[in-house]
Design a protein around this ligand. Structure first.
Ligand SMILES: [Zn+2]
Length: 199
C-alpha cells in the first residue's frame, strides 16, 4: 500500500497536477503511514507532545534532541563539567551516563566511555553529511543524543560523543531528592558563569 501510494505521488508530481491535489494525496499517504501497518517511524516507550516539549526545552535543546541537531563544539555547558553525578536525558529524565565514565576527549563535546545501562541508548546508522556514523538515541523517548565512536579509552574503547543540550545533570549530592529543576538550575548558572549563554 505504501509503495503504491509513493509511486502514485511520484507520477502525480511529474504530471504537475495542482499543488492542492498533491498535498491531499500526501496527507492521505501520511495518515496511512502513521496509522497503518506500514509505519516506518520507530515508536518509543515515552512520548511527549511537540507543544509541551517546545515550551519546556530551550531552542538548542529542542533542535538537538528533536531535529537531530549538533551544538557547536566547546559551546555546550557540560563539555568541561567535572562534578560527580549522573547525566540524564534532558527530555525524559532517563539516566544515561555516570560522571565516572566522563573523560576529556578534546572533541569539544561531553564524552563518555560507557553507559549507565546498556539498554538506555539505542544505536542506529547515520549516513548524513556523506559519512557513516553511529547515532545514539535515548531508548525511552527517542531524543537524539550524539554519536558513538570506537576511539575511546579503555576498558570499553568506546567514545559516546554527546551534545550537552541533550543532557540534564543531577549532582550526586542532590540525587536522593531527585530534583531535576535543581539540576537544570545548576546547569544554567554554570552556563552563565562561563559566558556561554548564546543558546
Ligand atoms: Zn529520553
Amino acid at each position: 500500500m505504501c509503495l503504491f501510494l509513493v509511486s502514485m505521488t511520484s507520477r502525480r508530481d511529474t504530471a504537475r497536477l495542482s499543488l492542492l491535489t498533491r498535498l491531499s494525496v500526501n496527507v492521505v499517504f501520511l495518515q496511512l503511514l502513521l496509522s497503518g501497518p506500514c509505519r516506518t517511524k520507530k515508536t518509543w516507550p515515552v512520548s511527549f507532545s511537540q507543544e509541551e516539549i517546545r515550551k519546556r526545552l530551550t531552542p538548542i535543546q529542542y533542535h538537538v534532541t528533536q531535529e537531530r541537531g549538533t551544538e557547536s563544539a566547546f559551546r555546550g555547558e557540560f563539555t568541561h563539567h567535572k562534578d560527580d553525578g549522573t547525566y540524564a536525558c534532558v527530555v525524559c529524565g532517563a539516566s544515561l551516563f555516570s560522571s565516572k565514565t566522563k573523560f576529556d576527549s578534546g572533541s569539544g563535546w561531553p564524552s563518555f566511555f560507557d553507559l549507565v545501562k546498556e539498554e538506555s541508548i539505542t544505536l542506529s546508522d547515520d549516513f548524513s553529511y556523506g559519512m557513516h556514523r553511529v547515532e545514539t538515541t535515548c531508548s525511552q523517548c527517542g531524543a537524539h543524543l550524539g554519536h558513538l565512536f570506537d576511539d575511546g579509552p579503555k576498558p570499553t574503547g568506546k567514545r559516546y560523543c554527546i551534545n550537552s543540550a541533550s543532557l540534564a545533570f543531577q549532582s550526586k549530592d542532590t540525587a536522593s531528592s531527585t530534583s531535576s529543576s535543581t539540576a537544570t538550575g545548576e546547569a544554567a548558572s554554570s552556563s552563565v558563569s562561563n559566558g556561554k549563554t548564546e543558546f
